[in-house]
Design a protein around this ligand. Structure first.
Ligand SMILES: [Zn+2]
Length: 252
């Protein structure tokens, strides 16, 4: 089977931020400062992400992963180095060792980057614009969010997202997700917009409040309205909240 690279749908969110939508499967971002730019998440791997970013800026571009899932690190191959929370390093390496990924790597003649660690609280200075990383263990152990204070945007990967998946083998207990969200609750006044790893456009910051309230509700055992949820890994449970079709998916 021949592997065809494809072009994402690119749209501007604000002066410094561009959204790349890869076939509605995953979303990445280009954030452009005065001295360099950052790509946040590289989608499933069928886009030359660095090349796409360089269409928007001549500045050097760094790559930051919100977590180690394949639909976020897939396009890391276009970079020589990529940042990731060390807690997700083994997950990222596992994603790269699945047969389809191995085949694609071989056929495209590519190599994956050297991974560099992200520390909790680390600041990426893009020049006139900073991205600060905060650990948010829950969906995966190494999930992070990135705060762009200048644009009042929180980039959340799959850590704060309208339909959060907590049923995966690598997901931590829901209690951890709640603790992680409470730990970054003090940032809440510093952003108005959330951009997730699967957004087609900006989400209101209230998503954070709704999701946290729903997670606490679920942890308290208010599960009478929960329904069985089918996914490719089997059956689990879904806890509806907020506006449909928002759900927290968890092990029933
Ligand atoms: Zn994920």
């Amino acid at each position: 089977m021949e592997i065809q690279l494809r072009q994402p749908l690119v749209s501007r969110v604000c002066d410094h931020v561009w959204l790349m939508n890869d076939n509605d499967e995953a979303t990445g971002y280009v954030v452009i400062g005065n001295k360099c730019a950052a790509v946040i998440d590289t989608m499933i791997g069928l886009v030359n992400v660095k090349e796409e970013a360089q269409k928007l800026t001549d500045l050097p571009v760094i790559c930051i992963n919100t977590h180690g899932h394949a639909d976020h690190i897939g396009g890391n191959w276009s970079f020589e180095q990529a940042y990731i929370n060390p807690a997700d390093l083994s997950l990222a390496k596992e994603a790269l060792s699945i047969p389809q990924m191995k085949e694609a790597i071989q056929k495209l003649g590519i190599r994956f980057p050297d991974f560099l660690p992200i520390n909790d609280g680390q600041i990426f200075d893009l020049g006139g614009l900073e991205l600060q990383a905060y650990y948010l263990p829950g969906h995966t152990a190494g999930e992070i969010v990135l705060l762009d204070r200048a644009d009042r945007i929180l980039f959340t990967g799959d850590g704060v997202i309208e339909q959060i998946w907590m049923q995966l083998p690598e997901s931590l207990p829901l209690e951890m997700q709640i603790q992680s969200m409470q730990r970054i609750q003090h940032l809440r006044a510093e952003y108005d917009t959330i951009l997730t790893g699967h957004s087609r456009g900006p989400e209101a910051a209230e998503l954070f409040d709704e999701l946290l309230a729903a997670a606490i509700d679920l942890e308290n055992g208010n599960t009478a309205d929960d329904i069985a949820y089918q996914w490719f890994g089997g059956t689990c449970m879904a806890h509806p909240y907020g506006r449909e079709p928002r759900r927290i998916v968890y092990q029933g």
